[in-house]
Design a protein around this ligand. Structure first.
Ligand code: ADP
Length: 498
């Protein structure tokens, strides 16, 4: 039987485990959702104990349903939703509170206070403007609201980690308390210039360093699983990259200037910025400055842009507005009209999608008597592309690397109209790969290179195959006119609740 690597994506709504062979063929693919808790408006919680149980079940299902021999498993890689908190008792091995998920907004006031105190001065070391995603204020919130957790921390019984840290601690039988450095992006706890935690911010949130996981560089990651936990299997867990880092590797963005964008519920665009830490990026761009990985021997850095609402705007057309019955129909309607008819749709359901204005609200503007639901669909899909263009244009201006194309993945990347419009509005080709499960694939690649299953990143990059390429068709003038319309629509959506 063929040897294989399992890539696990511990995502926000579910756990996916995929087995890949040496040729990157998918041998088996297991997926299950887990419970989402919404105890108050704007709050989102997970049960980390359940996440571990579901992960174990998906590893088992992946091996069994693929008819795979557990002795052929060479390594495991784990990628995860970033920033979500887990605090657990190291004696009982159980999470002591629900996890506060990155999407949770309960720390909004604290984050505003933090930004007033530290921004923009600390943008260069923190790598981002603080957002409610950040883990630091969430840990502080838990310590303030659960005295028994605070006491447990003081008594040295409680450890902290992100979802990857927690899963690896469990799988190693409680021996390894580690994370890959790429998981610290946006946590408000690390100093990008030092590749370490920032003592000033640990003090700000009252977090003792002793509860935090050791930070490990991607190329050094190797932890042995405990066979008593993992169905009798002792195997290296050889990668734990953050989800967007993993997706960029799965898209083989290993050279400076290479970009991937994932169109899921939200969208995440990541640029490989090369070996020099990008500096003097204006914080108004909303870009995150991050470490990419050091798997190509040298540390690489990344710039990341995001929009919280992307494919979910299409879900709203379906479930909220009832304009279509599925996403495919939205694409067909968009294709049925020649242009957007002057209509723009800013899906600022909870503030501007890039987090820059919490007071903005969703806006559809430019409607005339001739506007039809086809124009609405077209405007919603175009919005997915305009948001990417905002981050892309900032990257092109400030990153100092030449960008030749964008590689697309995620649920929305199935949409040919979207990818064509994306190429048009960016002015560079957009490419869709044959394998779109890039997150699991990327972390499998990282683990596989670390254990020598694949020789190096050049070897895995050579496996990337383009399924379809979309060439830009607009003139600079046409592109500018459309972007100007989008920027005008953004102005109308901004500050609505103020
Ligand atoms: P996530 O990992 O965030 O759950 P997925 O990558 O599974 O997301 O993609 C799901 C999202 O993709 C949904 O928001 C859905 O509306 C969107 N989507 C699916 N098909 C299309 C399509 N043809 N056009 C645009 N968006 C789509």
């Amino acid at each position: 039987m063929a040897k294989y690597i399992i890539g696990i994506d511990a995502g926000t709504t579910g756990i996916r485990a995929i087995a890949f062979d040496h040729d990157s063929n998918m041998l088996s693919n297991a997926y299950s959702e887990f419970t989402q808790y919404f105890p108050e408006p704007g709050w989102v919680e997970h049960d980390a104990n359940e996440i571990f149980d579901v992960t174990m079940a998906m590893i088992k299902q992946c091996i069994e349903e693929g008819g795979l021999d557990k002795n052929d498993l060479v390594a495991i890689g784990i990628t995860n939703q970033r920033e979500t908190t887990v605090l657990w008792d190291k004696n009982t091995g159980k999470a002591v509170t629900h996890s506060i998920v990155w999407q949770d907004m309960r720390t909004a006031d604290r984050v505003a206070e933090f930004n007033a105190k530290y921004m923009p001065d600390k943008y260069d070391t923190l790598g981002c403007i603080a957002m409610t995603n950040g883990s630091g204020p969430k840990i502080e919130w838990i310590m303030n609201h659960y005295p028994e957790v605070k006491q447990g921390i003081e008594d040295g019984n409680i450890l902290y980690g992100w979802i990857d840290t927690w899963l690896i601690w469990k799988l190693s039988g409680g021996k390894a308390h580690v994370t890959d450095y790429t998981n610290t992006a946006g946590t408000l706890l690390a100093d990008i210039t030092k590749l370490d935690y920032d003592p000033m911010f640990l003090e700000e949130f009252g977090i003792p360093r002793s509860i935090l996981p050791e930070l490990v560089l991607t190329g050094d990651f190797k932890v042995d699983s405990d066979p008593e936990v993992l169905y009798g299997i002792q195997v290296p867990i050889a990668a734990s990259a953050g989800d967007q880092t993993a997706a960029a590797v799965g898209q083989a963005c290993i050279k400076p200037g290479m970009i991937k964008n994932t169109y899921g519920t939200g969208s995440f665009i990541v640029l490989n910025a090369g070996e020099t830490l990008p500096q003097n990026i204006p914080h108004e761009t909303g870009l995150f400055v991050e470490t990419a990985n050091d798997i190509c021997e040298k540390q690489h850095y990344a710039l990341e842009g995001f929009a919280n609402v992307s494919g979910s705007a299409i879900q709203w057309l379906r479930d909220g507005a009832g304009v279509v019955t599925n996403a495919k129909e939205a694409e067909e309607l968009a294709n049925s009209v020649e242009d957007n008819g002057g209509v723009y749709f800013v899906p600022a359901f909870a503030g501007l999608p890039n987090g820059s204005d919490p007071y903005a609200r969703g806006t559809i503007i430019g409607i005339t008597r001739g506007t039809t639901k086809a124009h609405l669909c077209r405007a919603a899909i175009e919005a997915m592309a305009y948001q990417v263009a905002e981050s892309f244009n900032a990257m092109a201006e400030y990153a100092g690397v030449e960008i030749k194309s964008v590689r697309a993945d995620g649920g929305g990347a199935k949409n040919d109209f979207l990818l064509q419009f994306q190429a048009d509005i960016l002015g560079v080709p957009v490419e869709r790969p044959v394998i779109t499960e890039t997150t699991c694939l990327g972390v499998a690649y990282l683990a596989g290179v670390n254990v020598g299953f694949w020789k190096d990143m050049d070897e895995v990059a050579s496996k990337w195959q383009c399924e379809k390429r979309f060439e830009p068709r607009l003139t600079d003038e046409e592109r500018k006119k459309l972007m100007d319309g989008w920027n005008k629509a953004i102005k109308h959506a901004s500050g609505w609740l103020k």
